[in-house]
Design a protein around this ligand. Structure first.
Ligand code: SF4
Length: 286
C-alpha cells in the first residue's frame, strides 16, 4: 500500500492566491528541496531562528505545539530533518480516512477543494499520488479540484502526468498549480528557483487554472518579480500573477501588507493576502 510522509492534514479556508476563502482540505507533505532562510532578513543574511527551536525539539510531542517563526520558512517543520519524527508515514487509506473525518458530510465538491502542499509536494511523493487519488475516487467523494502549492522546480514524472491527464479527462477534476516560485529574498539562488521549462510542463495539463504567487517585501523584491515574470513570458508562459506580502506572523505581515497592496493597485497586478495570518495567527493547522 502506498504511503506518504505527512506533516499535517487539516481543514481550513484557503488563505492565499486565486481561491482565497474556499474551504479546503490541506495535505502537507514532508520534504523540500529549499530552505528559504532569507525570508524576513536583510538581503544576503539567512535566518537561524529554527536552530533555536530545534535545540529544544524534545519538548515538542506534536506538530501543533511548535512555535511560529518570524523569519525564514514559516513551515520549517515540514522539511527540516530535525522535526521529521513529528511527521508520520501514513497509508493512502489512512490519509483519505482523515479527509473524510474532517470534511463536512465526508465529501469534497465545488466548494471544498483538496490542496496538496508542503514542503515541496512535487518531490518524490508524486509516485504515491495516483493511489491517493484512486482511493478518493473509489470512495465517491465528489473531488472536483486539486491545487498543488509548489515552488515550480520539480518536473512531473511520466506516470503522474498520465494520472493527471486521466482524472482531468475522465472525472472532470480541475488542476491548479499555485506557483510560488522563489525570488532572491527567499535566500535561494535564481538559477535553482526560476525554472521556466518545468513550469511549462505543468501547464500542459488540460484546463489547468494555474497562477504565480510571488512573495515580496521590498522594491528590490518587486523588481525581481518582474524579472522572473519576463523570464517566464519569454518561454511563452502567460498566467495570472499575484504579489503576496512576506509575513508568517502578524507583526511582519502588517509591515508589508499595505505597501504591497498599494503597489499592486497602482501597477495593475493582482494582490494576494494571507488571510490565515490575521484570521488564525498562522497557527499550524490553519
Ligand atoms: S519552498 Fe516553501 S516549504 Fe520549501 S523552504 Fe521555501 S517556503 Fe519553505
Amino acid at each position: 500500500m502506498s504511503k506518504i510522509k505527512i506533516a499535517e492534514i487539516f481543514y481550513s479556508l484557503q488563505g492565499e492566491g486565486q481561491y482565497v476563502g474556499v474551504p479546503s482540505i490541506f495535505m502537507r507533505t514532508f520534504g523540500c528541496n529549499f530552505t528559504c532562510a532569507g525570508f524576513g532578513m536583510q538581503r544576503g543574511e539567512l535566518s537561524k531562528e529554527v536552530d533555536t527551536v530545534a535545540a529544544n525539539v524534545d519538548q515538542y510531542k506534536d506538530y501543533r505545539e511548535l512555535p511560529l517563526v518570524s523569519t525564514g520558512c514559516d513551515s520549517y517543520a515540514s522539511w527540516d530533518a530535525r522535526f521529521k519524527h513529528l511527521s508520520p508515514m501514513l497509508t493512502v487509506k489512512a490519509i483519505v480516512d482523515r479527509f473524510q473525518e474532517l470534511l463536512p458530510e465526508g465529501t469534497f465538491g465545488p466548494n471544498k477543494h483538496l490542496i496538496i502542499t508542503g514542503g515541496e509536494p512535487l518531490l518524490g511523493w508524486q509516485r504515491s499520488y495516483p493511489a491517493l487519488i484512486d482511493e478518493i475516487i473509489n470512495r465517491d467523494m465528489n473531488l472536483t479540484h486539486i491545487t498543488f502549492e509548489t515552488n515550480g522546480t520539480q518536473p512531473l514524472s511520466d506516470d503522474f502526468k498520465q494520472c493527471l491527464d486521466k482524472i482531468v479527462n475522465e472525472y472532470n477534476i480541475e488542476i491548479t498549480y499555485s506557483l510560488s516560485c522563489k525570488l532572491p529574498c527567499s535566500g535561494e539562488a535564481w538559477e535553482d528557483a526560476i525554472k521556466p521549462e518545468v513550469v511549462k510542463q505543468y501547464l500542459e495539463t488540460k484546463g489547468h487554472r494555474s497562477y504565480f504567487k510571488f512573495v515580496v517585501a521590498t522594491a528590490q523584491d518587486v523588481e525581481d518579480a518582474h524579472r522572473a515574470i519576463a523570464e517566464y513570458a519569454a518561454a511563452g508562459i502567460d498566467i495570472p500573477v499575484y504579489l503576496m506580502p512576506v509575513g508568517g506572523v502578524n507583526s511582519v505581515y502588517e509591515l508589508n501588507e499595505r505597501q504591497v497592496a498599494d503597489y499592486c493597485r497602482d501597477h495593475g497586478l493582482r494582490f494576494s493576502p494571507r488571510i490565515q495570518v490575521p484570521l488564525y495567527k498562522n497557527a499550524w493547522g490553519t
